[in-house]
Design a binder for this molecule. Structure first.
Ligand SMILES: Nc1ncnc2c1ncn2[C@@H]1O[C@H](COP(=O)(O)OP(=O)(O)OP(=O)(O)O)[C@@H](O)[C@H]1O
Ligand SMILES: Cc1cn([C@H]2C[C@H](O)[C@@H](COP(=O)(O)O)O2)c(=O)[nH]c1=O
Length: 216
């Protein structure tokens, strides 16, 4: 049986990596084999492109160039990491995927939705998430968490460095994505303690994948 593909999405520092690792551990305790991966990145070539993107090296070429870079990274990641895992029956948990491109390059960057979708198809083909958990909290909370994680002296990356209004618009873009695709996406309240958020995530996964009969 093909593995399940779950993606985590949301603004900066909202707790995606934390919850993804916790979900991976919870699934493993149930005997489910999982891989944990991320975008941009998740394969050696895609990780090299991640550096270009997050260093700000691609910023001067504009959001369309960033879309192309993300798509090139995704094509390699899907082909070499995600699809082989799913084909072996392994579950893939991915920190960001297509919805980050829709939100960052599409809604915030102004790249046309048709172009965003065309690149999506080119890079991911039929390898689409079975479930997308969109973690939602006020942008200020996520940015504060990210700042605490990095330490006071750290330099913010290309997107963390954007202003507060960028991050609030980003939050609204993710909420709109969840509203537009309710069969695939679930909005999870990411406010409060990490243990509380973990329970919300697990309930969502149980309801959507286990109880729905997606898992024997
Ligand atoms: N619910 C929570 N309450 C308080 N702190 C949290 C919570 N969840 C995660 N954190 C902490 O906030 C910081 C950011 O969390 P994490 O790295 O999981 O976020 P992220 O969404 O993956 O970030 P990024 O967008 O930068 O990839 C970490 O230091 C983490 O320990
Ligand atoms: C997949 C994807 C990501 N981004 C941006 C969003 C974040 O600012 C970074 C990734 O950093 P993180 O600490 O791992 O969250 O990349 C993007 O702009 N477009 C995308 O498609």
């Amino acid at each position: 049986m093909r593995g399940r593909f779950i993606t985590f999405e949301g603004g900066e520092g909202v707790g995606k990596s934390t919850q993804l690792k916790r979900l991976a551990a919870a699934l493993e305790r149930r005997g489910v084999e999982v891989i944990v991966t991320r975008e941009p990145g998740g394969s050696p070539r895609a990780e090299a492109l991640r550096d270009v993107l997050l260093s700000g090296g691609a910023k001067r070429f504009g959001p369309l160039a960033e879309t192309v870079l993300v798509a090139a990274a995704r094509a390699d990641h899907v082909e070499r990491t995600i699809r082989p895992a799913l084909d072996r029956g392994v579950w893939a948990l991915c920190d960001r995927f297509i919805d980050s491109t829709r939100a960052y390059q599409g809604v915030l960057g102004g790249v046309e939705p048709e172009l965003i979708r065309a690149f999506e198809t080119l890079a991911a083909g039929q390898t689409m998430p079975d479930l997308t958990l969109i973690l939602d909290a006020p942008a200020a909370i996520g940015l504060e968490r990210a700042k605490l994680r990095a330490g006071a002296l750290a330099t913010p990356d290309r997107f963390e460095a954007e202003d507060g209004s960028f991050h609030e618009r980003l939050r609204r873009a993710f909420v709109e994505i969840a509203r537009a695709e309710p069969e695939r996406c679930l909005l999870i309240d990411a406010g409060g303690d990490a243990d509380v958020v973990e329970r919300r995530v697990w309930e969502a996964v149980e309801r959507r994948l286990f109880m729905a009969g997606a898992v024997q």
